[in-house]
Design a protein around this ligand. Sequence first.
Ligand code: FAD
Length: 486
Amino acid sequence: MLIETNLAADPNCIVDAFREIVGDAHVLTKSDDVAAYLTDWTGQYSSDALAVVRPASTEEVAALVKLCKERNIAVVPQGGRTGLCGGGVPIEGRESVVVSLARMNAIRTLNPQGRTVIAEAGVILETLHEVALQEGLIFPLMFGAKGSCTIGGNLSTNAGGSNVVRYGNTRELCLGIEAVMPDGSIINSLTGLRKDNTGYDLKDLLIGAEGTLGIITAAVLKLFRAPSARSTAFLSVGKLEDAIAVLNRLQDYTGGGVEAFEYMPQPAIDVICKAFPSIREPLEGSVECGILMEVASSRPHDGEDMGDGSIRLEAEVMELLGALMEEGLVLDAMIAQSEQQRADLWKMRESILESITESGPAYHLDVSLPLEQIAPFIAEMDPEMNRLGFAPLTVGHLGDGNLHYALSAAQGRDWDALPLEQAKTKVFEKLSALNGSFSAEHGIGQSKLSVMRKLKEPTQLAVMRSIKRALDPDDILNPGKLIPLE
Ligand code: FAD
């Protein structure tokens, strides 16, 4: 269906033209109605827009983009607004419209045999989890914002989370997309093929592009058999180097069954328990290197009842942990004995961002390093940050080398007087020296443009700019994000 607008009759009335495309009820202009759409999750970025428009179909999105291109109006795609880099709100100084994909929230087809699902961009991640589970399947992307973030946002930020160690980032979970390009044309690769070498893989260009190259309207995603056996535990490990050894031993022992391996040292646990007094520390005493680990299997054999209330996988993991304790690699362990205990451990992990936000000002770094460089990074940076007056609060998806390294003010220090730029420079220099990345999973948005300009390899940046210019010469889609100005 091609949607035509009657713009020629009333060329100045762009908002009316939006209404013609999506219907009156789905064009928001009143300040009370649009306020929530114009401020990002961090509260750091907010601005204005001509309107917030909520299309219900790919054709409506295409018509909106065509219209905006004709009128040189910037289009800012938006999902669940949980992005942490200011990518989903308009920039100052450019006439913009926010296109919220929230109404495009259908599961078009679920194919249990092919283990795929076609989900529209506005489907909430947790909804997809629930729908897949009804078929005994999982979509394994998992993190704290699952109740609000959307598939379109997940793809556009190439979101990570806690299961990347086993299943990869969102990119690895996607087989094809449908998207509206900056000229309003529609591309569709929703075949679900696992092999298709017919030229450039355009889905990979749009995944992680943060809405600068196209608006994703639907995607084919991979599903997996839901685990029938699980073992979740909180470990106290002596030092980070030992944690990597524990990870590798667990992987070898379970045939790559580690689903999550999350780093949670004591300062992070303290901040969480202070912000959420109902959350209890999993182990007594201070935990130098805390690890929330989960191993899972869908093999019936691993789910067999051992006759003592445990299942085979749990018994095997217990046996391995016992051996690791004898070797001194693991100092203490709390093994979840029920679904409730497992849920409590995950609630603790997923409360960290809100806890840090509540505890006062902090600068959030989202870095990745080769696994063997994590311990040297922390060993050097923590004392350096302390010397500058900061108290680093670190958690991380250790299994995939991703640390969330938040700099808060050390006790008694005034945040506004701390040398944040100096601290950031130190961290970025160290990351460069250790082959790390300054943005592991949250993306660039507006907040990391200056470091992108400084640290991204110039030749890669030049190629990115050429691609953006070729596809979107008028800079219609999400301008001022991801790619720093020349
Ligand atoms: P939005 O915030 O709405 O948008 C994000 C970006 O994608 C913007 O640039 C926007 O323009 C673009 N976009 C949105 N939809 C589309 C579309 N359909 N087409 C094209 N562009 C689009 N992230 C992780 O990776 N791992 C984590 O562990 C993690 N934990 C988090 C925990 C909490 C408590 C919070 C608040 C956030 C966390 N995040 C995490 C960040 C965030 O949830 C992810 O970046 C998520 O993928 C964003 O999805 P969204 O739907 O909210 O997108």
